[in-house]
Ligand binder design. Structure first.
Ligand SMILES: [Zn+2]
Length: 347
């Protein structure tokens, strides 16, 4: 809130350590009153607000950002990465979209696209939209650009084919009868989504590999207590610990449902909880999830958590690539978790 930075106060005619404050503000963008949060620098000597073009520029960006979010308008970075996805120059990209070259240039530099231009650019993110734009503007484009656009359309088509393949493998899995591999519950993707979301909310720095272990503990302990797993996931023995079977498919489904996102952090990506439409757990199950989250948070590093799971005999009783059957766990996982938490509490 009040970080200190050297900044020049005209009032006092000297450089001061300004105090920064965030306050709510309103700005007219495109004739519409937009609420956003602005930063002001206050001079600690005279108490006046210090005018500074860098701060004002950043505030304007924030107001524009709020307007963009409100209306689903592409940001300059979105527009640049859209153009890069096609590998087109400014000139060729503007011809593809049917805009003037200066228009795209201005949008990439921060101007807010008008509604119809925004709609056109959004449609260029879809196969159908790209095909339509190509047929409308083909005669304005050179051969190399046409080839690049067709290539991009092919990549998008391949992506969609891959997505439906991933969907199908999971649907197959959902039809599996309850057994020792799924903890006597059919795979239930709503439950998987809710559990991942809750863990992402409650665990500190939840890397994807750390999530695998957290899910394993939650499912195994639930199985001990109720003779049924929490999600119906199966777990395989991998070098660094248990991982859910078909993790790539599950990851894809959760991201495309908008349940979770990922944020770059250090050496990997951390899960970000985004939204959950259905919450399928009962009170007892919520308590269990909380217990697992505090257990996971009790480890200071991912490798410490790995070491812990490597000491379990249901882990040692399986080999690389093998599915770890729930029946291998005779209450050991919950016991080990309980003992650790008890020991930490008594310290
Ligand atoms: Zn001053």
């Amino acid at each position: 809130m009040s970080e200190l930075v050297n900044i020049y106060c005209h009032e006092c005619d000297t450089e001061v350590h300004a105090h920064f404050h965030d306050q709510s503000a309103t700005l007219s963008v495109r004739g519409e009153q937009i609420d956003y949060s602005e930063t002001v620098a206050i001079c600690p000597i005279c108490g006046e607000i210090i005018g500074d073009t860098r701060i004002e520029g950043a505030n304007l960006e924030r107001a524009y950002g709020a307007y963009r979010t409100l209306h689903g308008i592409l940001s300059p970075d979105d527009i640049k990465s859209l153009r890069n996805s096609y590998g087109l120059s400014l000139r060729e990209f503007s011809r593809f979209l049917g805009f003037g070259e200066q228009t795209i240039y201005r949008y990439e530099r921060g101007d807010i696209p008008d509604q119809s231009h925004n709609t056109t650019m959004l449609s260029a993110k879809t196969i159908q939209g790209a095909r339509l734009l190509l047929s409308q503007n083909r005669q304005k484009l050179n051969d190399r650009s046409i080839a690049r656009i067709e290539q991009r359309i092919q990549v998008m088509a391949d992506g969609i084919a891959e997505q439906s393949r991933l969907h199908r493998t999971l649907e197959d899995r959902e039809a599996y009868e309850p057994s020792a591999t799924n903890g006597y519950r059919r795979l239930d993707l709503d439950r998987v989504a809710a559990l991942v979301y809750e863990l992402a909310r409650k665990c500190r720095d939840l890397y994807w590999t750390k999530l695998q272990k957290a899910l394993f503990f939650a499912d195994m302990v639930c199985y001990e207590r109720s003779s049924c797993s929490l999600t119906g996931l199966s777990y395989a023995h991998a070098t660094f610990g248990p991982v859910m079977d078909q993790k790539d498919e599950v990851r894809y489904i959760l991201v495309s449902r908008g349940t979770i996102g990922f944020r770059e952090c250090g050496w990997g990506e951390i899960l970000v909880p985004l939204q959950l439409s259905t919450q399928p757990f009962n009170a007892e199950e919520i308590v269990l999830i909380d217990e697992v989250a505090s257990f996971v948070n009790s480890f200071s590093s991912a490798s410490e958590l790995s070491d812990f799971s490597h000491d379990l005999s249901c882990w040692n009783g399986s080999v690389d690539g093998e599915i770890i059957e729930y029946t291998l766990n005779d209450g050991e996982v919950g016991r080990a978790m309980f003992e650790r938490m008890n020991k930490l509490r008594s310290l």
